[in-house]
Design a protein around this ligand. Structure first.
Ligand code: DGL
Length: 350
């Protein structure tokens, strides 16, 4: 009996020590972008995105192996200007599988910066886990002088293994900063410091391999989201129309003729649009196409029932979502309802 107790105690001690020394399991999903881009020479700004594979990205930053048990997979290898619904659905389903069925402790996604904010927000509404999901990219190609990709990838893994990032929703990690999916926005065409967090600012920062959180998102996301893509193999069609003085109604009319499910207006000021466009929008809404008013202004909310009587026309006001994110939420909202008041509620909560 004593022998049995000794063996059991030894096995327990071994298990505990192994579990304590085991590093977090982190999966890196590569989708392309400049972080995987290659330029003709290290000094050239001309480059092609999505050229380098996931293993090369991992091999370029061996220090991440000290942070976590790292493995990677290549989902696609594209410039993120070519990001699309099919990749979004595959990505969300794969992340949920990794975190909820395959025992991973976090996921890092390498992604182009052009549409990173849209992918981040889509995942914020469709990932069914509170484990860290971190997007990272770069503004300089992988072989550039002072390439920013390796440091961004290292910091993203550091964030993914950080307990402080659990339950924060999907985050972007760029230039030592952590930005939340709802407010992150690309603000500059070429600066490494291009990402900002809008009026509410950044969520936190990564310093010396550690995540420091400054504030927590107050909108619904991930495990509190009611949107589920598990059974979806397509998303509703939603387009965006840009507003300007003397704006032509033709783009809006084209979406109506193509029977889009929803149309977001990047309106002028507080989500206003030219009278000819307004007429088309009113008819579109009456025909069952949901109109959402957002704004081309970089900051500030698009307010409900302001200059436009939304209640009268059954339009939805985007509130704090810019046009590209209002489109993401409207697409997912239309998978659940076509009721404009229900959709407006989603814009208040997410
Ligand atoms: N083609 C752009 C993209 O993949 C390059 C921008 C970048 O990744 O920094 O988003």
């Amino acid at each position: 009996m004593k022998r049995f107790r000794f063996i059991a105690a030894l096995a327990l001690a071994l298990t505990v020590s192994l579990s304590l020394s085991a590093k977090p399991k982190i999966r890196i999903i590569a989708t392309g972008g400049t972080i995987a881009g290659v330029s003709a020479t290290s000094a050239s700004s001309a480059y092609t995105a999505g050229q380098v594979g996931i293993q090369t990205l991992i091999d370029a930053v061996p220090q991440i192996l000290q942070l976590a048990d790292i493995s990677g997979e290549q989902l696609v290898n594209i410039g993120s200007q070519d990001m699309n619904d099919e990749v979004w659905l595959k990505l969300a389903k794969r992340i949920n599988q990794l975190l909820n069925e395959e025992g991973y402790d976090g996921v890092v996604i390498t992604h182009g910066t052009d549409t990173m904010e849209e992918t981040a927000y889509f995942l914020n509404l469709t990932v069914k886990s509170d484990k860290p999901v971190i997007l990272a990219g770069s503004m300089r190609p992988s072989n550039a002088i002072s390439a920013d990709g390796p440091a961004n990838l290292y910091n993203a893994v550091a964030a993914a293994v950080s307990p402080a990032c659990k339950g924060m929703g999907v985050l972007c990690c760029m230039n030592n900063q952590l930005l939340d999916a709802k407010t992150v926005i690309k603000t500059h065409t070429i600066d490494c410091d291009t990402f900002e967090g809008g009026p509410s600012g950044i969520i936190g920062y990564i310093y010396n391999g550690e995540a420091f959180i400054l504030q927590t998102p107050n909108n619904k996301h991930t495990i509190n989201s009611e949107f589920d893509v598990t059974k979806l193999d397509r998303l509703p069609k939603v387009g965006i129309v840009y507003g300007y003085a003397n704006c032509s109604p033709l783009p809006m009319q084209a979406f109506v003729d193509a029977r889009f499910d929803g149309i977001v207006l990047a309106g002028v000021g507080d989500g206003n649009f030219y009278k000819d466009v307004f007429e088309v929008a009113e008819k579109a809404q009456a025909s069952g196409i949901q109109i959402v008013r957002s704004s081309r202004c970089p900051t500030g909310p698009t307010c409900l029932n302001s200059e436009v009587d939304d209640a009268k026309y059954h339009f939805v006001a985007a509130l704090n979502l810019n046009p590209q994110k209002a489109r993401v939420l409207l697409m997912l909202a239309l998978t659940k309802t076509h009721d404009w008041q229900e959709i407006q509620k989603f814009f208040m909560e997410y």
